[in-house]
Design a protein around this ligand. Structure first.
Ligand code: NGO
Length: 535
């Protein structure tokens, strides 16, 4: 048909609006190509209108690829990771199409009508997560330098197919994809979200569900807030009461829970298959009531605290002057490090109001040597920037400007500004879940900010990326997690992946509207903000 449009990322608004129109309107009612003639109805195709995060460049070729019942997924022979990525796609596509896609080996391009995933010829300049997706009438091909790029690329394949591809039951086709060339790579290496398992406990199945939704939007860091005043949620073999007693309750007083080490490893492995790194957090020296209740010896007065089921913060403190405290921290970090293949351990460090500042500073400086001794990179909430930080830690901004000094001395920063990126903030005054201490965060507010200009003196070069934390004081079920996370998390994913100069709310809200039907097919009961024209 028409057009070969090469879309550089910027400037974006006018060109993209036009392309959206062509893609949405003409894409679904154009003259069928010869390959499509055999299908009874025109094949609807989606391109720019349906991809979140927006790729770097998209070139529409005209025509479309139709996935037929005999289609398979081909990978290079002997590539274990590509094979499992192929299987991931085959499972999703198989559920809704009813097709029995096989993952087969092919050295070089496979026969027409198939999907092809390969790292042969992958462009190293697109980095570990970059990919090139080429869809022609004959073949859909993802080429990436690394398997992670193939995995990101197949998320785009999913989004080029009709929304019902995400359904868990068989849907009517046809299953068309617009013919297109997409060249894509992320802006930031750190595109994450955090789930608080302490205030309310979420088990393996819930966490896996969250990881699945993260993967769909190409997120790559999952921060697990495993301990807090209200509950200790991971078994530490050398301090068993932490989980069995410290994990026994949660906010509101209901029964809590904890992850066994095997369950934690299961989560880590599930995340790895989605090219997501798990970052475990043990919050010290404050936010430790569950530990202080489990072991009397961690308290300066030697008296165990009562379990806590309220939502106050800042009242608890490990006894930083006792050697036992450092044995405890060492044991916990040693066991967690052994379970965690990723390079990071998060030590919390926030809101330690019950510890005098000089003592807090010394404590963090000592804890950093413990983390270092287990070969991990330390991450802490921004308060740790008050200490003399060695060994290249990462500081996570959430509220104040304390990160400025650290950033100027070369410390890398993760941006989680509460007023923009906290998923526990209410959308507006009618939201029944969540909190509002940092303000309301409507879907547009969540999208219209830039991590590189959020804190003066903390520039793009200081920033690894962004993370949207979901604290769960008021959140009790995975359905509530999904309602608070979606659709805002899709916007954070785009902020992290797509170039800032190309981002524009008026254009984005159309694509997000299209994702309404995708989220519905995925079973997500998201917040239907009136700001977005939902499909
Ligand atoms: C703060 C606090 C958390 C709360 C959260 C609620 C940080 C880093 N510490 O963020 O303990 O759960 O707010 O929004």
């Amino acid at each position: 048909m028409f057009h070969v449009l090469l879309l550089p990322r910027r400037p974006f608004h006018v060109l993209q609006a036009a392309l959206l129109f062509f893609t949405l309107v003409l894409g679904s009612c154009r003259t069928p190509s010869p390959t499509e003639m055999s299908t009874a109805k025109p094949v609807p195709t989606f391109a720019l209108s349906s991809i979140i995060p927006m790729p770097d460049s998209v070139k529409l070729l005209g025509g479309s690829f139709v996935l037929n019942p005999n289609a398979n997924i081909y990978v290079e022979p002997g590539t274990v990771e590509a094979r499992s990525i192929g299987q991931f796609l085959a499972d999703i596509v198989g559920r809704s199409t009813g097709y029995n896609l096989q993952v087969l080996a092919s050295a070089g391009a496979p026969p027409r009508g198939n999907i092809y995933l390969t790292t042969v010829g992958g462009d190293p300049t697109l980095g570990e997560e970059g990919y090139v997706l080429t869809v022609t009438q004959d073949l859909a091909t993802v080429v990436a330098y690394q398997p992670a790029g193939l995995f990101r690329g197949i998320q785009t394949v999913r989004q080029l197919l009709p929304p019902s591809i995400e359904s868990s039951t068989i849907q009517p086709g046809p299953w068309g994809m617009a013919a297109v060339t997409i060249r894509d790579s992320p802006r930031f290496v750190w595109r994450g979200t955090m789930l608080d398992l302490s205030r309310h406990f979420f088990g393996v199945q819930d966490v896996k569900r969250y990881l699945d939704l993260m993967a769909y939007y190409k997120l790559n860091r999952f921060h697990l807030h495993l301990t807090d005043d209200q509950g200790w949620r991971i078994v530490i073999n050398s301090w068993p009461n932490l989980a069995t007693y410290g994990g026994s309750t949660q906010v509101g007083g209901a029964t809590g829970g904890y992850l066994t080490q095997a369950e934690y490893s299961e989560i880590v492995a599930y995340a790895q298959l989605r090219y997501i790194t798990v970052i475990p957090e043990i919050d010290v020296p404050g936010h430790t009531n569950a530990a202080l209740a489990s072991y009397a010896g961690l308290n300066c007065d030697g008296v165990a605290r009562s379990l806590y089921t309220g939502i106050g913060v800042g009242f608890s403190a490990l006894c930083v002057s006792k050697e036992t405290t450092y044995t405890f921290v060492d044991d916990v970090i040693r066991e967690l490090s052994a379970l965690t293949p990723g390079p990071f351990i998060h030590i919390g460090g926030d809101e330690a109001f019950a510890t005098a500042i000089p003592e807090y500073v010394r404590f963090i400086e000592r804890v950093q040597t413990i983390v270092q001794s287990y070969g991990k990179q330390m991450i802490g909430w921004e308060e740790i920037a008050q200490s003399r930080l060695l060994y290249g830690p990462i500081v996570q901004h959430w509220y104040s400007n304390v990160v400025q000094g650290a950033a100027q001395q070369g410390t890398k920063v993760i941006m989680s500004p509460a007023s923009k990126a906290y998923l526990d903030m209410k959308y507006d005054n009618s939201t029944t879940l969540g909190q509002d201490w940092a303000g309301y965060i409507e879907v547009k507010d969540a999208y219209t900010w830039d991590p590189a200009t959020q804190v003066s003196g903390v520039a793009e070069s200081n920033i690894l990326g962004l993370e949207a934390p979901l604290w769960t004081e008021t959140i009790q079920t995975i359905a509530e997690v999904e309602y608070m996370a979606f659709p805002r998390l899709a916007g954070y994913a785009e902020i992290g992946w797509s170039r800032e100069a190309g981002r524009n709310w008026d254009e984005y809200k159309i694509r997000l509207g299209e994702h309404g039907s995708r989220l519905t097919a995925l079973g997500v009961k998201f917040y239907r903000t009136p700001e977005v024209p939902w499909k």
